[in-house]
Design a protein around this ligand. Structure first.
Ligand code: G3P
Length: 218
């Protein structure tokens, strides 16, 4: 299972990378705006700074803003030129599917984002997306269960041996992450607090406290 961090904050990305268990980074326009990154030059240099932090095999998803085929192709090609680690993130819309197919044929990695149904995920896989990003937290927000979609996608992708990897996004808490692991999602992307949340158990803290106290008697 790959772990991606879902942020554009360089300090958080560095902190997660320091743990030695991170495989990549996902960003989106909301996360970039949160960091106050404005203007094409600053946006591109921020993506480059992220690419410089991630390991040699790391993926960095950078999202196109255009919603028409030509615009997505133009923007995606520019993004892909920043660094070989860039994965062009493309929204699940009609022209987006065409753009994913275009980039697949050119050998450029893609991440199909804003996926909320099995049908959308089938289209993304047929177009050859490297990753498909179902937003599980936002499905939960609607009163449904985002994990049902992950379960469906694992079955469907296995049925046809699609190479597209299921990248569970909008992961809000540790339980989401563990359920994704149980179901067999290939990747989870989540905020730093979810990754560090995996460390926590009160019995670990209590046990360590006792060992350290007893160590003084050794
Ligand atoms: O990876 C998608 C993510 O950034 C969306 O998360 O919490 O805004 O639904 P959220």
């Amino acid at each position: 299972m790959k772990f991606f961090i879902d942020t554009a904050n360089l300090n958080e990305i560095r902190e997660a990378y320091d743990l030695g268990i991170l495989d990549g980074v996902t960003t989106n326009p909301s996360l970039m705006a949160k960091e106050g990154i404005k203007g094409k030059d600053n946006v591109f240099s921020h993506y480059k700074a992220i690419c410089d932090i991630v390991g040699i095999d790391g993926d960095v998803s950078a999202e196109v803003i255009a919603t028409d085929f030509q615009g997505m192709v133009r923007e995606g090609e520019e993004l892909a030129e920043i660094d070989s680690k860039i994965v062009v993130k493309i929204p699940m819309i009609k022209d987006g599917i065409k753009a994913i197919k275009y980039f697949t044929d050119k050998g450029i990695k893609t991440n199909c984002t804003l996926v909320f149904s099995a049908g959308q995920a089938i289209l993304a896989a047929k177009a050859g997306a490297t990753y498909v990003s179902p937003f599980i937290g936002r499905i939960d927000d609607m009163g449904a269960d985002g994990m049902d979609l992950i379960e469906q996608l694992v079955i469907i992708y296995n049925n046809y041996e699609f190479e597209t990897e299921i990248l569970a996004a909008s992961v809000r808490h540790v339980t989401h992450l563990i359920q994704c692991a149980e179901l067999g999602a290939h990747v989870v992307t989540c905020p730093l607090n979810v990754i560090t949340g995996l460390l926590k158990h009160p019995l670990t803290d209590l046990g360590l406290e006792k060992f350290l106290a007893d160590a003084k008697k050794m």
